[in-house]
Design a protein around this ligand. Structure first.
Ligand SMILES: *Cc1c(COP(=O)(O)O)cnc(C)c1O
Length: 411
């Protein structure tokens, strides 16, 4: 038995190494987690089964933008659990209309199509784009093409990994669905050159998260918008990781005052409680779907809508976006001070950073292990990059403390 750090009680445990071994023994090894076993979390802090506390600088890849156990979100979920949890979309439930209206308003769009995971929302956007291409644009049957960016991450389904260029994500999972054209990320000229009369959509992340928080050159998103409009092609923005406050604005596209035809949302939309994703757009696009043409047993369920509506209400105040923008200054200043001291380069937007570690010092994984030993949890990506995405509720003091630990690990 071990006591949790917050004194909330005791947790039966055989100890961390034993729990790690038990997990490894009975799960497919599709992840390589850090050897920490978390039992409790609140705000920006997690507590493991031994009572050790860790500052969470990953926030569930942005799924925990509002931190762990935010009282408003937990309250909404608990209240809904006592009322109604699932109806299927065969019936309408009393939390559905409010969620769709609220999220639509947040996006400035007419219609919302709720799903569960991010990959499902991306799949939905692909289906909607193709249907729009055939029904509205007049593309010949089965000829629709979608332009995507090199280095993308849009999820793990067979269709989606088929247009990934990450060998780990892709190799061994073919054959893949045709109809995708890859262009370099951030290159608007290459993007326009790839558009043909059969192109129905451009699907891009406004910032490539898994890619290492890669921010495209200024003006890129604006150019994508103009190119799509000029060529009668849908601009589909995958804001699953970048959106909902992460970058200091509601959407990463807001930084260039750009509005895509379809927003693809997920992660933080579920408040860190349940998977909630959505595709959001206007009637002229999302209106192409008719009954029976798309669906999901769990998509838009009452619990998801109750939590999702609370997320939307919290974002509608703008306070979380403001916080992200304010703390960006801390994050930027501290990380830039580390350049030449173990950091080769850093990219910061809002409370989100890619930190390229000097390979001479070790891998990103090794730095994350060093951080863990100092009570900070973060995640490496693509070898030598560490991604920092603290919960938007983190205090400036805690953020500074976490960055002190990074400096110490790199020293
Ligand atoms: C995480 C992510 C996805 C996939 O979301 P899942 O919920 O894991 O399926 C898609 N696109 C982007 C940009 C993501 O970061």
């Amino acid at each position: 038995m071990s006591t949790t750090a917050d004194g909330l009680g005791t947790t039966p445990s055989m100890g961390t190494p034993d729990e790690v071994a038990r997990a490894e023994a009975r799960t497919a090894h599709n992840y390589h987690p850090l050897p920490v076993v978390v039992a409790h979390a609140e705000g920006a802090w997690m507590t493991d089964i031994e009572g050790r506390r860790y500052l969470d600088l990953l926030a569930g890849y942005s799924a925990l933008n509002f931190g762990h156990s935010h009282p408003r979100l937990i309250g909404a979920a608990k209240a809904q659990l006592d009322q109604l949890t699932l109806t299927s979309r065969a019936f309408i439930h009393d939390k559905f209309a409010d969620f769709c209206a609220g999220l639509g308003d947040l996006c400035g769009k007419e219609l919302v199509l709720p799903m569960n995971t991010g990959a499902e929302a991306v799949e939905t956007a692909i289906k909607v784009s193709r249907k729009w291409g055939y029904d509205v644009k007049g593309v010949g049957a089965d000829r629709a093409r979608i332009v995507v960016a090199a280095g993308n991450f849009h999820g793990r389904t067979t269709t989606i990994v088929g247009f990934s260029d990450d060998p780990d994500a892709r190799d061994g999972f073919g054959p893949f669905a045709p109809g995708f054209d890859t262009v370099p990320y951030g290159d608007a000229v290459a993007l326009e050159a790839a558009i043909t009369p059969d192109t129905v959509a451009v699907l891009v992340e406004p910032i490539q998260g898994e890619g290492g928080v890669l921010i495209p050159p200024a003006g890129y998103l604006r150019a994508v918008r103009e190119i799509c409009t000029r060529n009668n092609v849908l601009f589909v923005a995958d804001e699953i990781q970048a959106g909902l406050g992460r970058t200091g604005r509601t959407f990463a596209c807001d930084h260039e005052e750009v509005v895509p035809d379809l927003y693809v949302l997920g992660k933080a939309l579920g408040g860190g409680i349940v998977p909630v994703s959505a595709v959001v757009g206007n009637k002229d696009v999302l209106g192409v779907l008719k009954p029976g043409q798309h669906g999901s047993t769990f998509g838009g369920n009452p619990l998801a809508c109750a939590v999702g509506s609370e997320v939307v209400a919290m974002l509608a105040t703008g306070e979380f976006q403001t916080r992200g923008a304010e703390l960006e200054l801390v994050l930027r200043e501290r990380l830039e001070a580390l350049i030449g001291k173990g950091v080769v380069a850093t990219r910061v937007r809002g409370l989100w950073a890619g930190v390229d570690i000097d390979p001479a010092l070790g891998t990103g994984r090794e730095v994350c292990e060093g951080l863990m030993a100092r009570g900070v949890l973060a995640k490496d990506t693509h070898g030598s990059t560490i991604r920092l995405a603290p919960p938007l509720v983190i205090s400036a003091d805690d953020l500074n403390w976490g960055l002190d630990q990074l400096a110490a690990v790199l020293a």
